[in-house]
Design a protein around this ligand. Structure first.
Ligand code: MG
Length: 169
């Protein structure tokens, strides 16, 4: 595997674990204010991010590349109101999309079609992640303004269940 492609995937492992850590901190915030449905949503989101990290880890291992696990940074976000994590999540997913695209560009440059095929799943996944993050903001704007609406929205988010990623390596 091309050295740059391998290094970027290695860095992506860390970014996915950081995403899990950031979302767990959002869950932490929502649990503390009593919004257990929002907390549930972000705990499941954190699980998905760990799955993403493990997919990249497995992909490098399967291709004889050494994996280097770096320190995971402290979750960086300024606490505000109940909308703040939702907006921060969308920004973060846009950042991750750019990061995935950057790996794709590096793989494309060296004709690493195998990596591009794996990344195709992540490109599609990022489309879904951004849509989910954006939908959360819209719902909060629409229904989160009064306590009844917030209660209903929290109840809806409580129903989210974890499902394993569809990509198998
Ligand atoms: Mg991810």
């Amino acid at each position: 595997m091309n050295e740059k492609v391998s290094r970027l995937i290695n860095e992506q492992i860390n970014k996915e674990f950081y995403s899990a850590y950031l979302y767990l901190d959002f869950a932490n915030y929502y649990d503390a204010v009593g919004l257990d449905g929002f907390a549930n949503w972000y705990k499941i989101q954190a699980q998905e991010e760990r799955d993403h990290a493990m997919l990249f880890y497995t992909y490098l291992q399967n291709n004889g590349q050494s994996v280097t696990l770096e320190a995971i940074g402290r979750p960086e976000w300024d606490k505000g109101d109940n909308m703040t994590p939702l907006k921060r999540a969308l920004e973060h997913e846009q950042y991750v999309t750019a990061s995935i695209n950057n790996i794709y560009a590096a793989a494309y440059e060296v004709h690493d079609f195998r990596t591009m095929q794996v990344l195709d799943w992540f490109v599609k996944e990022q489309g879904e992640e951004e849509k989910n993050a954006s939908d959360m903001i819209t719902k909060m704007e629409l229904f989160g303004g009064d306590s009844k609406g917030l209660y209903m929205l929290n109840s809806e988010l409580k129903g989210r269940v974890y499902s394993a990623p569809s990509l198998v390596l």
